[in-house]
Design a binder for this molecule. Structure first.
Ligand code: AMP
Length: 325
């Protein structure tokens, strides 16, 4: 057991008010871990005020239900803040987190910034939801869980691990997934939500396949510019999903989606097999995991420079490694 787990439970017990936070532009793990932990704490400590306090949402996760309204500033002063799935404070969705009396960090990203009175960071975990599952498992004599909490947690475990495909998935992941599944998660409905797409979304995917390019060493990339966004009436979230269109091209171990944010900045989503791309992301205002990272560039020249660096990285990888397919 990680020594910080007991400290976290003791802190939770010591506070009457607990506010839970996650990163902006939330994914299944950010939503699942916050909602899952909140549900466990609400069930276990019905006398405490447990609230999710986040400032933005993702439409594609609306099936997990609404989140709570933001509370007035003065409410934060005597609250314990728990921030999940967020490596750096500037990525916290609601910057009012800083008004909380004390902060706890629970995360599985590469630790680039220390924050909070207690930090439980395990980067070998496939998701923060896996950590919430481990937290429940460790203290199951003291905590309660139900089907709703398990569904949130399972959603994050499934999505952040690429449906249990990524290298961080361990025997422990599967054991904890089994424990959570046994709480009655309806996987038919969950997978229907995760896989079914709007007809127009598929039309955009077909277009993205047509427009994607590949560098000499095999870096696949796509620039979703303003024109493309307008043509398919895409939200930033829908445009960002295009990164998945390039995830299984033979010989392409790195793939990049560039999304014009419309404010002078371009969001970069970096994905890879075998090759570490988080350091490349860090050189372009970003970070993340070894094989899934994010960054921001501010011009086409910078975008091309990043593509050039990715190409060189992949060339070097292929020249120095065998058995990458
Ligand atoms: P994304 O492509 O936005 O889904 O990001 C992939 C992973 O990298 C996620 O786990 C993000 O939390 C992380 N990430 C994205 N952007 C950044 C950033 N600027 N700094 C640190 N981590 C990031």
């Amino acid at each position: 057991m990680n020594e910080n787990m007991r400290k976290i439970l003791d802190k939770i017990k010591a506070y009457d008010k607990i506010f839970i936070f996650r990163h902006f532009r939330p994914d299944g793990d950010a939503v699942g871990s916050t909602k899952g932990l909140a549900e466990i704490l609400k069930l276990t400590f019905p006398e405490k005020k447990i609230c999710l306090q986040n400032a933005d949402f993702s439409d594609y996760l609306a099936f997990l239900g609404k989140e709570e309204e933001l509370l007035p500033d003065e409410e934060y002063a005597d609250a314990l803040g728990i921030v999940l799935d967020t490596a750096t404070t500037k990525r916290i969705s609601n910057q009012k987190y800083a008004l909380c009396k004390e902060i706890i960090k629970i995360d599985h990203h590469i630790p680039v910034e220390d924050y909070g009175v207690c930090q439980w960071v395990e980067e070998h975990r496939s998701s923060t939801c896996e950590m919430v599952a481990a937290f429940y498992d460790t203290f199951k004599d003291e905590l309660k869980i139900d089907k709703t909490a398990a569904t949130y947690i399972y959603t994050g475990m499934v999505t952040d691990s690429g449906r249990f495909r990524f290298r961080e998935v361990s025997g422990e992941t599967m054991r904890l997934a089994g424990l959570i599944l046994e709480q009655g998660v309806d996987t038919d409905t969950l997978y229907a939500h995760l896989y079914m797409k709007a007809f127009d979304e598929l039309k955009f995917e077909a277009y993205a396949h047509k427009k994607m390019k590949i560098t000499p060493s095999g870096v696949a990339y796509l620039f979703v510019d303003k024109k493309m966004k307008k043509k398919f009436a895409l939200t930033n979230e829908q445009a960002s999903a295009s990164v998945s269109c390039m995830d299984s091209i033979k010989g392409s171990l790195i793939w990049l989606a560039f999304i014009d944010n419309g404010d002078g900045s371009i969001r970069v989503r970096l994905r890879s097999r075998f090759v570490t791309v988080s350091e490349l992301a860090e050189r372009y205002n970003g970070g993340g995991h070894a094989c899934a990272a994010g960054a921001t560039v501010y011009s086409k020249a910078e975008m091309n420079a990043l593509i050039g660096e990715a190409d060189a990285l992949l060339k070097e990888y292929k020249a120095t490694h065998e058995g990458w397919l």
